[in-house]
Design a protein around this ligand. Structure first.
Ligand code: 13P
Ligand code: SF4
Length: 311
């Protein structure tokens, strides 16, 4: 079966739109109506005229789309597309963490479950985390969850009083520092570009740190010919599309026997699953209405601050 043609037909027939994260495989990025990072995808989920939103990404992203557009049918081609970072922060434990650290504004990364968002004051993504923190009064005390590496990156950039939850992404904490150093020795002109979810030693040797969109933008505007890329390698597809003459080297994980520089959750989504999902309109994302109304507040506050800052 030609999945590309069938998906196009179903999209048109059902007035469906496909939103895909940069970590999807190239053919899925190419069939999507919109490809972006977590921030851009939330912005798109808030404003689109489709009746059905199919999320080619992971569950927390699809849940965010449902929270922002509760009247739409939101589909995810594989309900098991989770996230190790979101899993590292359970609502019961997080409630206690907030209680143990009273008087702090709760900022959470969108890589969290809907329940965690419902406990938060403001959401953020890696594209706007530093700016969101800087938009608050300087003496405001903050809780940041769940990614400890992004949290520490924000502390370094803002100098704010922030208590950080101890969570990590299994993809970004696995990049090999030794491999980066070796790649740099072999490609002296290459620039090391790093996602803020990476560990401190990797962030310390970076020429540039940014969200997936920021890394893409950097490779577009920068004059170097070669980049050592420390984030999920799906983004390299867009980098090559923008600048095919440049070289992009994906950083391997510390453990060469595992394929964990790719996000196994993101890669659960396939063209065949997208086709079946559009055809059967299953699996569908459901979020409890009380959680939707509580979780809307932090996400809308993030989108409002981002709009004001032109992000
Ligand atoms: P972005 O905010 O760069 O899209 O990152 C999302 C993500 O899942 C990183 O692991
Ligand atoms: Fe979650 Fe990490 Fe996969 Fe992003 S790359 S979806 S943070 S497990």
């Amino acid at each position: 079966m030609n999945f590309i043609d069938e998906i196009k037909k179903l999209k048109q027939k059902k007035n469906a739109t496909i939103l895909a994260h940069y970590y999807q495989v190239p053919e899925i990025q190419d069939i999507a109506d919109f490809v972006g990072d977590s921030l851009a995808l939330s912005q798109k989920a808030e404003s689109n005229d489709a009746d059905i939103v199919l999320f080619a990404g992971v569950k927390f992203m699809a849940e965010t789309a449902k929270i922002l557009s509760p009247g739409k049918k939101v589909l995810i081609p594989d309900i098991n597309a989770g996230c190790s970072l979101a899993d590292s922060c359970k609502a019961k434990d997080f409630k206690k963490f907030i209680k143990d650290n009273p008087g702090r504004t709760v900022i959470t990364y969108v890589n969290t479950t809907a329940e965690i968002k419902a406990l938060s004051d403001i959401s953020c993504t890696s594209s706007n985390a530093v700016e969101i923190v800087n938009s608050l009064p300087p003496d405001e005390k903050i809780i940041f969850a769940p990614d400890r590496n992004l949290g520490n990156h924000i502390i370094n950039k803002t100098g704010r009083d922030i208590v950080v939850w101890n969570g990590t992404c299994h993809v970004h904490e696995e990049f090999s520092l030794e491999a980066i150093i070796k790649m740099k020795e072999e490609n002296k002109e290459a620039k090391v570009i790093v996602h803020p979810e990476c560990e401190l030693p990797v962030r310390m040797i970076a020429d540039y740190i940014g969200s997936t969109t920021a890394l893409l933008q950097f490779t577009k505007n920068d004059s170097s010919k070669c980049y050592i890329v420390a984030t999920e390698p799906g983004i390299i597809h867009q980098m090559k599309k923008e600048n095919p003459q440049k070289t992009y080297l994906a950083v391997p994980p510390r453990d060469s026997t595992c394929g964990c520089s790719e996000c196994n959750f993101m890669k659960l989504i396939t063209m065949e699953k997208i086709y079946r999902c559009l055809k059967t309109e299953k699996p569908e994302i459901h979020v409890n209405s009380k959680i939707i109304s509580d979780a809307q507040k932090p996400i809308k506050r993030m989108l409002e601050i981002s709009r004001k800052l032109g992000l």
